[in-house]
Each structure stands twice: as C-alpha cells, then as structure tokens.
Design a protein around this ligand. Structure first.
Ligand code: ASP
Length: 373
C-alpha cells in the first residue's frame, strides 16, 4: 500500500499514479524541477519543448483505480500532467500552456484554428524546438491532420492522448507523454510531419486513426507506423510521402475560420433529406462516407448531382476503414463533377476539404489537393 511519503512518483511505472496519489494525499505530485539531472543529460543541450494541453482522457480522472473506462475527461491541469512524469526533465526543458480543457468530441473549428495559430507562433520562436499537444483521443486524428496541413514549420509537432485516465491502473498517459516529449525534442523527427505517439509507436498524424475505443493499442495507420519510441530514443523506419507542413500550400497564419463541411454516413435505406439539411445548414461541401468504394445508392445519385449543380461540393469517401476511393470507379466523377477522397477517411477528408476550401472551390484543384496531401 502507498503511503503519502512514498517515493512512487520517482519510477516511470509509479508516475502514472502520481496524480491519484497527489489528490489522495492532498498535495501536488513531485515537480519536474525537483528531480536531479543526470550527468549525461546536463552535459548536452536539452531541447525546449512546449506542451499545449487541450484536455481529453490524458487529463481525465476516475473515481477509482479500477475505472479504466468510466471517468471524466479534461480534469487535470497541464502543470500537474507534467509534474506526474518527472522523467520528462531528463529529456527536455518543458513548459506547459493550458489552451483548452475539453473532451475532444467537443472541439470546434474555431478551436482548431486557435490551436493551429498558437502552434505556429511557438514554432517560429528560436527558443522552441518542438511542440506537444495533449488531446482527447476521439478527434485526435483530425487535429493531427489539420496541424500537418497548416503549420508551416519543419520542427516536430506531436499530438498525444491516452486511452485510460491517469488515475487508472496501468494508465497509458504518462509513458505516451514522455514519448511525445522525446519525439518533439528529437532531431530525427524534424521534417517528418505531425506525429502521434501512442502505445510506444510513432504514427503519422496524416494517416493515423482511432480504430478501437477501449484499449491502449487504439491508434492504427493502414500504411503502418513511422517508427517506435523506446526509453527516450526514437527509431524511425518510414517517412510520410504526402505534402505537409513546410511543403504545404496552406498556412494557418492566413486562415481565420474554416468553411462548414458535413459528413453523411452511407448505409442501406438512406434518408435523402439528410443531404438537404446539410446544404440548408450552410455546408460548402458534403463528404459522402459511402459504402464500399465510396458508393452512392442509385436513388440518391440525382439528389447529389442536383446539390453539386447548385454549388455544394460532393466528396466521395468510404465508411470502410482501409483502402482508397478510386476516381471514376463506381461513379462517373468526371461527369458529375465530384471529388474523391483517395485514402482519407471521412473525418480526415472533412478536414482537408475545409482547409482546401479556404483557397479554392475549383473541383480540379480540389482533386489535385486530395491526391497530393
Ligand atoms: N472522449 C475523450 C476525448 O476525446 C476520449 C479520450 O480522450 O480518450 O476527449
């Protein structure tokens, strides 16, 4: 049994318990500044990493250590998150900023833009080597892709979450955060695009998606991870071949808002009026999360053609988790003036469509963008 005088927070495994311990003992967990520096770390310049906290399960707290899935997200402030992982101080000089304190399903486009501007601003500073964004896992893949598209910097940006709150047995947030700081401070991550460190792996923010909703191994990329992060060291094996960050034509400094883009989920026996509702609500584009190869039901084709002819863009994606939607397969996209989302899932296609629409609504241009990013 832990006592309030126990040194459990000094060990990596113990770090996950530090928050729970602190609240039980009515005291703050051991601060990173109180940890002694190792001789090796002190001898070399440590990178400066800023942690931007937005909430999510990584900042969540449950009533009991057995609560791995029942808890409240977005409770623990950034300074406590950092203090709960004292090992961070051996890897980087970190400071935290609380940007939001929300569950990520509540993210709005306005918040996405605000976060993107802050990341961009920080990375322009000479005294910042990398940025970590702590985030809920539900829409982490959208934010990671958004930052990948619009922040014009080669410095590492790492988005990180956890599947279990810090109060749970075998909480995953402490190690995920340590890994995120490792990647954000590493020279190897420069130019690799926005990455996501979950479960010891380094994933591309462009490719990664949340594939299951209850286990720590929840994040998956159909094209494979970029590498791994183990005991404070990165191991990269792949690079992202799509345009991103400094090679992107989009720049958050030029974006103040995003146009509305809707998603309609495909199934048997669709309700056609859903498309009309999206248009009436102001959607500039509708991502059709079609069945199979982004298929559109025969009884919906005229509706979608009509919507397109009145100005709203139709982007064919698929509800199937993997694969890609081919142009002019299943539907004559050239004839109907529709766009295909390539391998982007509907949520990511929505992000790219919104970003692209800040520059153009020309469908040839949009299709080029969907091939290149
Ligand atoms: N609903 C939570 C969120 O996205 C789930 C999580 O963080 O894992 O904020």
């Amino acid at each position: 049994m832990f006592s309030c005088r126990s040194g459990a927070a000094h060990s990596l495994r113990g770090a996950a318990f530090a928050l729970a311990l602190a609240s039980l003992c009515g005291a703050s967990p051991l601060s990173a500044r109180e940890m002694p520096e190792s001789g090796t770390a002190a001898a070399t310049r440590k990178p400066n990493v800023v942690i931007l906290a937005t909430g999510g399960t990584i900042a969540g707290a449950g009533a009991d250590a057995a609560n791995s899935a029942t808890y409240t997200a977005a409770k623990v402030p950034v300074d406590k998150l950092i203090a709960a992982v004292p090992q961070i101080s051996t890897i980087a000089n970190v400071r935290g900023e609380q940007v939001f304190q929300i569950a990520s399903e509540s993210f709005t486009d306005a918040q996405l833009v605000q976060l993107g501007k802050r990341v961009s601003q920080l990375l322009k500073q000479d005294d910042v080597d990398g940025v970590v964004v702590t985030h809920g896992t539900d829409t982490l893949e959208e934010t990671a892709f958004f930052l990948d598209l619009v922040v014009k910097s080669d410095k590492p940006i790492v988005v990180v979450g956890s599947m279990r709150p810090g109060t749970a047995i075998s909480a995953d947030g402490a190690l995920n955060l340590l890994d995120a700081v490792t990647v954000a401070g590493s020279k190897e991550a420069i130019g690799k695009g926005v990455t996501v460190t979950m479960n010891d792996t380094i994933q591309s923010g462009r490719d990664v998606t949340k594939r299951t909703n209850v286990v720590p191994s929840a994040f998956f990329s159909q094209w494979g991870p970029l590498g791994m992060v183990i005991e404070g060291k990165t191991y990269f094996f792949r690079s992202l071949s799509k345009r991103h960050n400094s090679s992107s034509e989009f720049d958050i400094d030029q974006i103040d808002s995003l146009p509305l883009v809707g998603i309609v989920y495909g199934s048997g026996n669709m309700i056609p009026g859903v498309y009309d509702a999206e248009v009436q609500a102001g959607a500039k584009a509708i991502v059709n999360a079609g069945t199979g190869n982004g298929s559109v039901a025969g009884y919906l084709v005229d509706k979608l053609k009509d919507i397109r002819s009145k100005g709203t863009l139709i982007i064919r994606s698929s509800r199937v988790p993997d694969g890609l939607v081919l142009r002019n397969a299943e539907q004559p996209d050239d004839t109907y003036d529709w766009v295909v989302a390539n391998d982007l899932n509907p949520a990511k296609a929505k992000i790219l469509a919104a970003v692209a629409l800040t520059k153009t609504s020309d469908t040839k241009e949009l299709q080029r963008i969907f091939w290149e990013y």
